[in-house]
Design a protein around this ligand. Sequence first.
Ligand code: ATP
Length: 267
Amino acid sequence: LKKEGFSSIPNEKWEDVGGLEFIRQAFYHHIVRRIKYPEAYEEFGLDLETGFLLYGPPGCGKTLIAKAVANEAGANFIHIKGPELLNKYVGESELAVRTLFSRARTCSPCILFFDEVDALTTKRGKEGGWVVERLLNQLLIELSGAEQRRGVFVIGATNRPEVMDDAVLRPGRFGKHLYVPLPSPVERGLILKALARKKPVDPSVDLSTIGRMEACENLSGADLAALMDEAAMAALDEQLPSTESTPNVTSRTIKAAHFKQALDKIT
Ligand code: ATP
């Protein structure tokens, strides 16, 4: 069981992520390859950014990407939920931040992932008050200590980058900003294919075509995951007898008709 704030190497792989190829490239150069070949980076005098901000609409894969990066790099992953860090440790939030970074250092290479990072870093003097203020100051101290941060990478995720304090967004902190957009029609197909790795989707189903359908417009990755689950449920309903005497006639796959049912339900 994974507990919040504790480290482990995630199971999520890049094959589980649909689309977002440019983000994969950026993280490959900035994190994965650096963890694998640190000497080469030193030899070439490359001292690149170690702090990243993923921003964009909810449910488009920010958490998933961060985990896949850790998996590919063979790095530990510590998942921090911004609002929880704030609430759980009122009064000792600075200590909590210090402890977190020191734990990350002891299990490096490590990716420290701050979900809803905006909660920790709202503009000083605005919402939040002194707890945020003190936590933010401690966070800035830890983020600026790049020298002691060897092998520790920080990734923040937010839907509201505009409320974040400019100080945390500077180079050397959450310095590299990557936009994670809603998927395009083609990317929706890729996401469905990634999700299909874990489901018995019938080979006759054309997921690219489903992804391009108008009914899928504006769906996020999370919405597509829900669609996939609905389709699986529809297939399962046919599969399992509703009474003991109903014979089991259909084959055990998710077919186009199930996707249609799921789409009707979702849209
Ligand atoms: P939030 O801003 O709400 O925290 P997020 O951007 O971090 O959202 P995730 O939590 O990574 O989004 O995505 C939620 C779920 O949606 C994932 O667990 C996955 O099932 C699905 N999903 C989202 N984006 C993708 C994607 N690009 N490829 C495959 N699955 C995706």
